[in-house]
Design a protein around this ligand. Structure first.
Ligand code: ADP
Length: 248
């Protein structure tokens, strides 16, 4: 969230700069099985975001002292490529990527049946190749698909979305300009069936009523996004079944 400025974010027709209505999502596409060596992978395009996720595991946790005798440890590593933003981003981890890795790891742990794999770790490598606002919830949504495509047992999928405030209006799925020049940004993620909240952060200020409207919009949107996740996975299994039947 940048400093609110005089930049117009709603046009004379009451639409947002990219032509969307208040509750409209940017286009979202997800595909699976992108990488050969990973146990599971996904590629997501969400608006201008392009994100690749590779999943490895469960495999023995290393170093040994990081092992949990009761469950698997989900280790997500979020990284933004140097060329993913307008100005070159300094490569390597920084405070922001460390924070995002932590909140994504925690959110995914709530969905994976970690108790089935004691002493192991599940690595989730997230590479943001092009960033366009909302990368943490897009990464989380894609990571959930990559985990499922690795065949890792999960109680539910994690699905994320953000809402925010621009020119005193509550709108869904902030674009880059809306994130930079808007008044608030609320990224949130839930387990898709029971709607348990597994990530919620807020930048800027919202009144109680605005917060309620924003979370309500997000909840409705997560159903639409979960459908896109399901489609990506059903495509994968359709293709696998097809090749199995062709092989005899
Ligand atoms: P999120 O991507 O989850 O919305 P932020 O609110 O921290 O996370 O970032 C918003 C957007 O700002 C990012 O999606 C990206 O487009 C841009 N951004 C983040 N970090 C940098 C950076 N170091 N340099 C340039 N742009 C950045």
């Amino acid at each position: 969230m940048g400093t609110p400025s005089d930049k117009k974010l709603i046009n004379e027709n009451g639409l947002r700069l990219d032509g969307r209505g208040d509750e409209e999502l940017r286009p979202i596409k997800i595909s699976t099985d992108i990488l050969e060596r990973a146990d599971g992978s996904a590629f997501m395009e969400w608006g201008g975001n392009k994100i690749l996720v590779a999943v490895y595991g469960p495999r023995e946790a290393y170093p040994k002292h990081t092992q949990d005798i009761e469950k698997s440890v989900v280790k997500a590593r979020y990284n933004m490529a140097a060329f993913s933003v307008d100005e070159r981003k300094r490569p390597g981890p920084d405070r922001r990527s460390t924070e995002i890795s932590k909140v994504i790891s925690e959110a995914l742990s709530a969905a994976v049946m970690v108790e089935q794999f004691p002493r192991t770790q599940i690595d989730v490598f997230i590479e943001v190749i092009q960033a366009d606002a909302g990368t943490r919830i897009a990464s989380l949504t894609a990571a959930s698909v990559a985990l499922a495509s690795a065949g890792i047992p999960m109680r539910d999928m994690v699905v994320g979305c953000s809402a925010g405030k621009v020119e005193d209006r509550i709108v869904l799925d902030l674009s880059k300009d809306e994130d930079n020049f808007g008044q608030a940004d609320l990224p949130m993620a839930v387990l898709s069936k029971n709607k348990q909240v597994v990530l919620i952060q807020m930048d800027g200020d919202l009144s109680k009523e605005e917060f309620a409207r924003a979370t309500d919009m997000i909840m409705k949107a997560t159903d639409r996004i979960a459908e896109i996740q399901r489609k990506a996975l059903s495509e994968k299994y359709k293709i696998e079944n097809l090749s199995e039947s062709q092989n005899g």
